[in-house]
Each structure stands twice: as structure tokens, then as C-alpha cells.
Design a protein around this ligand. Structure first.
Ligand SMILES: Nc1nc2c(c(=O)[nH]1)N[C@H]1C(S)=C(S)[C@@H](COP(=O)(O)O)O[C@H]1N2
Ligand SMILES: [Mo]
Length: 543
């Protein structure tokens, strides 16, 4: 850019910067104040949640299967870039049309407030953080515009532009006209603008930083205060036998530690639901509505079950699954208290954050270990995994069954109601398909020719894994050694030592068969509507 152009766009760029800073202040102040109310009351969080809610299903699916746990940081980054560009645009328009631009700014603030109000967790009082943010943001916008040389003045230029005595003549070669004195500084002066802009930047950064640390601190305190103490199970799960693991380095442990357990949900901030405020209501097509609070739940005879949970978005070979020992009360016995009407065929479970899942009633009333769970691997549920209570249903993908932060079970019918993901094109029933994964060797690993072992996991929850076969290159399918089965609801490890594999590049492919005789589908298919299919195949090097 030549210097003349730089000079001419100088004011415009300052106005754009004013827009970006005003928007940052709106969001930062809204965010820090929301920490004292409810994280979901933050306009930034509400905006992100709304973007997630309205994102096309294919985009959501991609975000989950391709980005995995990074999907939320990437969302914030994307929102930041798009938001900054939009805010810069609003700021720049303000150079000539300050009224219109302020109106657009307030319009955007109003949209953010609507986003907050629409969240299932928020009430009218939760609009305060956004309102404060909007007020500060607007004040910053007007103030910075003024220091940048006002739009009004640009429309009616002062007759004679004058040099700014404060300014270095080299850095301020082309002083802009301005509308009048600004207390303590000179509109249009580069120094005054830079000072104010730096102040606004510092304030925004401080608010974000403080907001984050209050969040962490507040949660720490909250967690210590609640100290949910789990009762001993009335019916304990049998210990995992050593024979359930193949004992090959690189195959994940049979029980997935809580910290390593995959997390998938639509919640941008983890709902902070305290056991004292939690209750579950059973509503809809029932003879009697039932309500249960945490102390009542903990007084019931709780059962422990090992169950493998799987996400329907798990790509072939992916790791969106894990096995835990869940502690909870059978949903079957809870539903029996409410006595579902004969016409009901679905339970629409609802989370405190508005997420819903549609579970076939049968899966919750038959003999399987469907739990209203409070414990995961001997600890209260981690907040990310649904504290203080969630559902776990063997044999169904998480999206139709495993509602976290669950607060309602609504008895209804599939021809009358739909749920969060079924509204977005996913299968309404979501039964788990038999599948398998190679964990060892790692893709493209180099393996000594006398130590070639292929190993991994297979799953067909609530049916059971009957056989796993692997194939080297285009050879015949060979049966592998299966580790002991723990229950039909858990994954099953397997291994196969391979002799006589020639040095060089090889591929290995796996497939599983369930107890009821379903052979894993080999055809590659996208996860929508009912899980990805296709064989997991990896390449490795033998030396
Ligand atoms: N409240 C709520 N519960 C939810 C979800 C959600 O988005 N919100 N996602 C479901 C999906 S798609 C899956 S796969 C499982 C994942 O449970 P996890 O995060 O504990 O592994 O939770 C289910 N329960
Ligand atoms: Mo999922």
C-alpha cells in the first residue's frame, strides 16, 4: 500500500479497530459477569451454543468425527474470526454513518440477548451480564470513534484541518477533522486513540482471564462443597478378570479411566447441576407422575454394571468409545413406579441443558442393565460425563440413550416426538452395529519380523462378540484369539500373532461377527444416519 492510501485509510482502520474492541468488551464483560450467575448466561457461550444448535447436521458430524475434542476450541476460533470481521465492518461503517452502525451494534447485542434467553438453563435475570456487556461495548464504541475522528465530522468536515500539537508530525502526517474537544485528549490524535484502544484491549483481556479463573475457582469450590458420597452397591459388578485383557502393549485398558473417557455433547459449558438441586421427573404417558431427588436416589439399592458406551459418530478405527463400571439404579424399576401407559413406546429423556434422546421403551424395561447412573469407575460422575446423574443403556448409541445431566424421562411415542439428533437426520432407534478396531500395530509402525502381533478390540453391545477375523494384505480371513468376555455389554479384546510375514509393507484388515450372527458390514458408509461402516485397515512395515 502506498503512503497516501495508508493515510486515507488510517481513520477507517481506527474505526474498524473501535468496532472490534467494542465487540470484544461486550463479550468479555458479559462473560466475566456471567461467571457470577450461570456460565450459560454469557453471550459468548450462548452464541456458541446457538451456532452448534443450528449448524447443519453434516457440519456437526464432521466436527465430531474429524476434530474430536478439538471441536469446541475450533468453534470458538472460527466465531472469533468471523465475529472480528463483522465487528470491524460495523466499526468502519461508523466512520460515515455512526447512527446506523451504532444501531447495528445494538441489534447484534439484542440478538446475543435473545440467544441467552433461548437457552434452556437461563431465566430473565440471566440477561444482566449481556446487558452490561452491551452498555460498556456501546460506550467504548462511541468513545473510540470519537477519538478516531468522528464520522459526523467526516460528513461535515471542519473548514480547515489543523495539525495536532501532541502528535509526532511523522506519525501523524494527515490529521483528521474532528467534532470538538474530548476531555483530556484530542479527538483525532493518534496518541489519544492508541491509549484508549490499549486500555480497552487490556480491559477485555483482563475480563476474559478473570472470567476463566473465576470459573475454575468457582467450580473447585462447588465440587468440594457437594462431595457426593456414593453408597455401596447393593449388587456389585464382578471384578474384571485378567483374561479379559490381551496384554499387548498399545491395546487400551479394559476399563477406560474417567480422564481418558471420550466426551461428546452439545454443551459448550458443562452444566453445573448440584445434587441438592437435582431431581428427576417421570412424566407423559404414565399412570402416575413420579419425582425423585438425589437423597432418594442414593437410598435405593444401586447396582454396578460394566458397559461399553459408543458414539454413533465414531469413525472406522476411531476412539469415540469406552468402557466403565457404572453405578446406578435400574431405569426399569423407576419406570415401574410411574406405570407407563400401554400406548407409550419411547422415553424422551431430557437434560438440564435442553438436549434430548429418544430411547425405545423396550430397551429401558427389558432385562438389560439400563441405569440411571450416579457413579463411574468408583467415583461420582465427572461433571463432563453428566454429574450428578445420567442414563446408560447397553446396546444403543449414546445419542439415543446416554443423556447426561438428565432431569426428565418423558413417556411418549415415536410417532409423536423426536429428539435432538433424530431431528437432524439420525436414525430414531440407534442400535449399536457390530464393529472392530486394530490398536496394534499403530498405522505405519515398523515391526520386527519375528514379533508381528495384531491386536485390538471389537464390540457388539448387548449381543456380544462371537468372532473376530483379520486378513493380511489380500490373504484369507483368519480367526484371532479372543480374550475372555466380561458381559455381552462390553467390548472384547483380541490378538493374533503372525508368523512368516515377509519384510516390507503390509496391510491388515479386521472384521467381527456378533453372537446373533451379524457380520460386520465391509462397505464404507458415513456415520449418518446409523454409524459408519467399513473394515478398519491399517498399513505397517515389517523389518
Ligand atoms: N446432555 C447431553 N447428553 C448427552 C449428549 C449431549 O449432547 N448432551 N450426547 C450424547 C452422545 S452423542 C454420546 S455419544 C454420549 C457420550 O457420553 P460421554 O461424553 O460421557 O462419553 O452422551 C450422550 N449424552
Ligand atoms: Mo454420540
Amino acid at each position: 500500500m502506498d503512503t497516501a492510501l495508508l493515510r486515507r485509510t488510517w481513520g477507517l482502520r481506527r474505526h474498524a479497530v473501535a468496532g472490534v474492541l467494542a465487540a470484544a468488551l461486550l463479550l468479555a464483560i458479559g462473560d466475566v459477569v456471567a461467571r457470577f450467575f450461570l456460565p450459560a448466561a454469557s453471550p459468548l457461550v450462548a452464541l456458541g451454543s446457538t451456532v452448534i444448535e443450528f449448524a447443519p447436521p453434516a457440519v456437526q458430524e464432521m466436527a465430531i468425527s474429524v476434530l474430536g475434542p478439538l471441536n469446541k476450541p475450533v468453534l470458538f476460533l472460527g466465531m472469533g474470526l468471523v465475529g472480528a470481521a463483522a465487528a470491524a465492518g460495523i466499526g468502519a461503517i461508523g466512520r460515515r454513518r455512526p447512527l446506523i452502525a451504532s444501531g447495528v451494534f445494538l441489534g447484534v447485542a439484542a440478538v446475543l440477548l435473545v440467544a441467552v434467553a433461548r437457552r434452556p438453563e437461563t431465566g430473565a435475570g440471566d440477561l444482566l451480564p449481556g446487558l452490561l456487556g452491551a452498555a460498556v461495548g456501546l460506550a467504548a464504541l462511541l468513545g473510540l470513534w470519537r477519538l478516531a475522528g468522528s464520522g459526523a465530522a467526516a460528513e461535515h468536515p471542519a473548514p480547515e484541518p489543523h495539525a495536532d500539537p501532541d502528535a509526532d508530525p511523522h506519525s501523524e502526517p494527515h490529521p483528521e477533522p474532528h467534532s470538538g474537544p474530548w476531555p483530556g485528549s484530542r479527538p483525532g490524535s493518534r496518541r489519544a486513540f492508541l491509549a484508549a484502544a490499549s486500555g480497552a484491549t487490556a480491559l477485555a483481556i483482563t475480563c476474559f482471564a478473570v472470567g476463566r479463573s473465576i470459573g475454575a475457582f468457582g467450580r473447585g469450590v462447588g465440587e468440594r462443597l457437594v462431595e457426593l458420597v456414593l453408597p455401596q452397591p447393593a449388587r456389585a459388578a464382578s471384578p474384571i478378570p485378567a483374561a479379559a485383557s490381551v496384554d499387548v502393549d498399545g491395546v487400551p485398558p479394559f476399563i477406560t479411566p474417567n480422564d481418558d473417557f471420550y466426551r461428546i455433547d452439545t454443551a459448550l459449558v458443562v452444566p453445573e447441576l448440584e445434587p441438592g438441586e437435582w431431581s428427576l421427573r417421570i412424566t407423559g404417558m404414565v399412570e402416575e407422575e413420579v419425582s425423585l431427588d438425589m437423597s432418594e436416589l442414593l437410598d435405593l439399592p444401586l447396582e454396578e454394571h460394566h458397559v461399553t458406551l459408543t458414539c454413533v459418530s465414531n469413525p472406522v478405527g476411531g476412539d469415540l468409545l469406552g468402557t466403565a463400571t457404572w453405578l446406578g439404579f435400574p431405569v426399569r424399576d423407576l419406570l415401574a413406579r410411574a406405570r407407563p401407559l400401554p400406548e407409550a413406546d419411547m422415553v424422551l429423556s431430557r437434560s438440564v441443558d435442553g438436549f434430548t434422546a429418544s430411547t425405545p421403551l423396550e430397551a429401558l424395561t427389558d432385562e438389560r442393565a439400563s441405569l440411571l447412573a450416579v457413579g463411574m469407575n468408583g467415583e461420582p460422575l465427572p461433571r463432563q460425563h453428566g454429574f450428578p446423574a445420567r442414563l446408560v443403556v447397553p446396546g444403543l448409541y449414546g445419542y439415543v440413550s446416554a443423556t447426561k445431566w438428565v432431569v426428565e424421562l418423558h413417556l411418549t411415542r415415536f410417532d409423536q416426538d423426536t429428539a435432538y439428533w433424530t431431528d437432524r437426520g439420525w436414525d430414531e432407534k440407534g442400535p449399536v452395529l457390530v464393529a472392530s478396531r486394530i490398536d496394534v500395530p499403530r498405522p505405519l509402525a515398523t515391526v520386527p519380523h519375528d514379533e508381528v502381533v495384531v491386536a485390538g478390540t471389537a464390540w457388539a453391545q448387548h449381543d456380544g462378540v462371537a468372532a473376530v477375523e483379520v486378513r493380511v494384505d489380500d490373504g484369507d480371513w483368519q480367526e484371532v484369539e479372543l480374550a475372555a468376555e466380561v458381559t455381552v455389554d462390553t467390548w472384547r479384546q483380541w490378538r493374533l500373532p503372525l508368523d512368516g510375514v515377509e519384510p516390507g509393507r503390509h496391510a491388515v484388515t479386521v472384521r467381527a461377527t456378533s453372537v446373533s450372527g451379524d457380520l460386520q458390514i465391509g462397505e464404507r458408509r458415513d456415520p449418518i444416519p446409523n454409524a459408519a461402516t467399513g473394515h478398519h485397515r491399517i498399513e505397517f512395515q515389517v523389518e
